[in-house]
Design a protein around this ligand. Structure first.
Ligand code: NAP
Length: 283
């Protein structure tokens, strides 16, 4: 069996074309306004700086603007909250991305939760998570929502399937599990205290690796015909799942790189365009 490659890079590129058209239409209808994403980078972590730059570049590619806010490493929670408040009340900002992680003296949860729901295009607020979990309107957390969009684009059936999510972080594992539940999958969430991890994974029709350890999930733990989603990315182009031995015996898999990664940024800009359309009135 040759597995279906869930090509996030290709889907992101195709979606960017559609988003460019929508941004162009919005510009025409509104006398030149475009959706605007504000990105906030606190400190000088090079990986975070790269992610923020990539997000700004994605905005540019679809003809949308981004506003870059850079704050020093010693920024306090109060200073960051004040900046978020300013962006919340700025009618020209339609989405706010606070790059994770922030320096340790900052109360990250308080800052995430200060983002106005309608501008929470990265899906990081507790309110947005709660609403999404209840099936109410909210922007999804970008990485898991990107995974859902990718699975949907390839018509991967989720209803009634057993999804095993390995990882329970606020930005990935937890929202992933709730999105899978919302799509009528039967969901198991595994984490560092899970006993018999391999036995759980062995039962999965859909495995989602969100552990943060290179090739931690071994190919032999995964059953034939499963759908394999690897959210991890590590130096050397490996993910959280040992993918190479799987490609001949699973139903579908996300490559690393080129699977989940491009869908994360794509979802962020997709949701910002949605927000911009709502605010500017082109929807
Ligand atoms: P994280 O916050 O470090 O969370 C890791 C999760 O894995 C935790 O829930 C942890 O359990 C669990 N875990 C750790 N060791 C385990 C073990 N031995 N057995 C079972 N579970 C274990 O990481 P994250 O932010 O969710 O990221 C996960 C991965 O996704 C990373 O590789 C990251 O690079 C990647 N990622 C990719 C994107 C993208 O855009 N492609 C975006 C975000 C993250 P506990 O809760 O019990 O500690």
């Amino acid at each position: 069996m040759s597995a279906l490659l869930l090509d996030g890079k290709a889907l992101a590129a195709k979606t960017e074309q559609e988003l460019s058209t929508r941004v162009e239409a919005l510009k025409k209808a509104s006398g030149g306004q475009t959706p605007i994403l504000a990105t906030i980078l606190v400190g000088e972590d090079p990986a975070s700086a790269t992610y923020v730059r990539m997000k700004g570049n994605a905005c540019e590619r679809i003809g949308m603007q981004s506003v870059k806010v850079e704050m020093p490493t010693e920024t306090t929670t109060e200073q960051l909250l004040a900046k978020i408040d300013e962006l919340n009340t700025n009618p020209n900002v339609h989405g706010i991305l606070l790059q994770h992680p922030v320096p340790e003296q900052i109360d990250e949860r308080a800052c995430f939760d200060a983002i106005a729901l309608e501008k929470d295009v990265d899906g990081v607020t507790c309110l947005g998570f709660g609403r999404m979990s209840m099936g109410e309107q909210a922007y999804g957390c970008a990485t898991p929502k990107g995974i859902m969009r990718l699975l949907e684009a390839y018509n991967i059936e989720l209803s009634g399937k057993h999804a095993v999510v390995v990882g329970r972080s606020p930005i990935l594992g937890k929202p992933m599990a709730m999105m899978m539940l919302g799509a009528n999958a039967t969901v198991t969430i595994c984490h560092s205290r899970t006993q018999n991890l391999q036995a759980h994974i062995k039962q999965a029709d859909i495995v989602i690796g969100a552990v943060g350890r290179p090739e931690f999930i071994k190919a032999e733990w995964i059953k034939d015909g499963a759908v394999v989603v690897d959210a991890g990315y590590h130096p050397g182009g490996v993910g959280d799942i040992e993918l190479a031995p799987l490609v001949d015996r699973v139903a579908a898999y996300t490559p690393v790189p080129g699977g989940v990664g491009p869908m994360t940024i794509n979802t962020l800009i997709y949701q910002t365009v949605d927000s911009g359309e709502k605010a500017i009135g082109g929807a």
